[in-house]
Design a protein around this ligand. Structure first.
Ligand code: ZN
Length: 427
């Protein structure tokens, strides 16, 4: 299928049918329990964390080159500029989060080293990136380096596709059925991604991965004796993000929203709010899962000096998720993974004046927890105080609207208990 919109639709619909998903179904569910406190209702939630993942960052050319067997890139019809990197940082700063920038690095090659791995680019042995070597590289690298708390560089790929000859095939890490590319090629592409990071001093090898074209297999694929997740784990990757509607062996994922593949958490990206090439438009829509996935053009304006208009529209759209009892915006990918495991596996229940918390299922995934904390939100129609003999309440925030109070408790597990209790009292 040449037409990319058709292709995308096809992939989505076939995969949805396979996964038994219903369009428009509400996926935001939480471990909700209701109890009564005198005349008032109390609800407890382990909120679903939300993480922003932005694909196809790193291109300097914005041209869709598919007709010439070059990558789709971002298809925006203008070159990318350092201000496009600043847009990612600004989004992170405004929301107090660290967006993942899933990055393609071939157009950062200052020394044409990719000639040594012809499958990485459309020019193969004749790769020449001279056109994209200029002061913008250092300017963008500075933005990335100086905003570590609000910019996570995520592995996406070297050239996004896989060139066996002059024609590209989708995609870089797996073929169109999700089968991993030959292991020696995968390792080489990873080596050269790292060399390009070093050339540009963009920091250490990433700890997160978004497969290009969302072509990925969960577990073993084809004749391989090692899964892609295991190959990545050896490089320090801890987290894979990809839509399960397009993942080979998605049924192998053990939990709602995620699966564990060779100890690497693989998270269902679900459906993005916008198509990949929506550009210079303010976003709208409702998130239905833990990933807010977008492509770089979705965050940018045709006039880069006006990028903030689109960024601010995303801030407006996303900020309310921090104020809802069922959701929160995760500060970074490690707290995201941690809270997601709790959201799915930790059960809360209100019994009289207590919140009973059950960690039994969570404890089976201890190696996925990056710390001993979790966030619980309590909704109530009156003021409450909380205390616990089993857990430490490390932080407590209260917000209120008329007679509705929302408490955000940051809870710290002191001991590896299976069950714990938090008591509350009306004031
Ligand atoms: Zn991509």
């Amino acid at each position: 299928m040449k037409n990319k919109i058709e292709r995308r639709k096809f992939i989505k619909e076939t995969a949805k049918a396979a996964a038994g998903l219903t369009v428009g179904s509400t996926l935001i569910q939480s471990c909700v329990a209701t109890g009564r406190l005198n005349t008032g209702g109390v609800n407890a939630f382990v909120p679903m964390p939300i993480q922003i993942v932005i694909d196809d960052v790193g291109w300097w050319s914005g041209e869709d080159g598919t007709e010439r067997q070059e990558p789709y890139r971002t298809g925006i019809g203008r070159n990318h500029v350092p201000a496009d990197y600043q847009a990612i940082v600004d989004l992170g700063v405004e929301l107090g989060v660290r967006p993942q920038a899933a990055t393609i690095l071939c157009e950062w090659d200052r020394k044409n080293i990719l000639r040594e791995v012809p499958t990485t680019t459309w020019m193969r042995e004749k790769w020449d990136n001279g056109k994209w070597v200029g002061p913008w590289l250092d300017e963008a690298a500075d933005i990335i380096r100086n905003n570590h708390k609000h910019y996570e560089l995520t592995l996406h790929g070297v050239g996004h596709e896989f060139w066996q000859d002059e024609n590209f095939t989708r995609a870089e890490w797996a073929d169109s059925s999700g089968q991993m590319r030959p292991l020696d090629q995968v390792e080489l592409h990873l080596d050269y991604f790292e060399k390009l990071l070093d050339q540009n001093q963009l920091g250490p090898f990433p700890t997160s991965f978004v497969p290009t074209a969302f072509l990925h297999g969960f577990g073993l694929t084809g004749e391989h004796k090692m899964s892609m997740a295991e190959v990545l784990k050896k490089r320090g990757i801890k987290y894979i993000n990809t839509p399960f509607y397009n993942m080979y062996n998605a049924e192998g994922a053990q939990f709602k929203f995620f699966g564990i593949d060779s100890e690497v958490i693989t998270i269902d990206r679900g459906e993005d709010l916008l198509d990949w090439d929506v550009f210079s438009e303010k976003p709208s829509g409702v998130l239905t899962g833990p990933t807010c996935g977008l492509h770089w053009p979705n965050l940018l304006h045709a006039d880069p000096s006006r990028n903030s208009e689109i960024v601010n529209a995303w801030v407006e759209l996303l900020k309310p998720y921090n104020d809802k009892p069922e959701t929160l915006l995760a500060k970074n990918s490690s707290s995201f993974r941690n809270q997601l495991v709790h959201h799915v596996c930790t059960k809360v229940q209100i019994v009289e004046d207590k919140i009973d918390i059950d960690f039994q299922e969570t404890n089976t995934l201890n190696d996925q927890l990056s710390n001993t904390q979790l966030t619980v939100k309590i909704e109530c129609d009156r003021k409450l105080t909380f205390n616990s003999d089993d857990l430490k309440i490390a932080d407590l925030k209260k917000s209120s609207e008329k007679d509705n109070y929302l408490y955000t408790l940051l809870i710290e597990r002191i001991n590896p208990l299976d069950k714990a209790v938090v008591q509350f009292k009306a004031t």
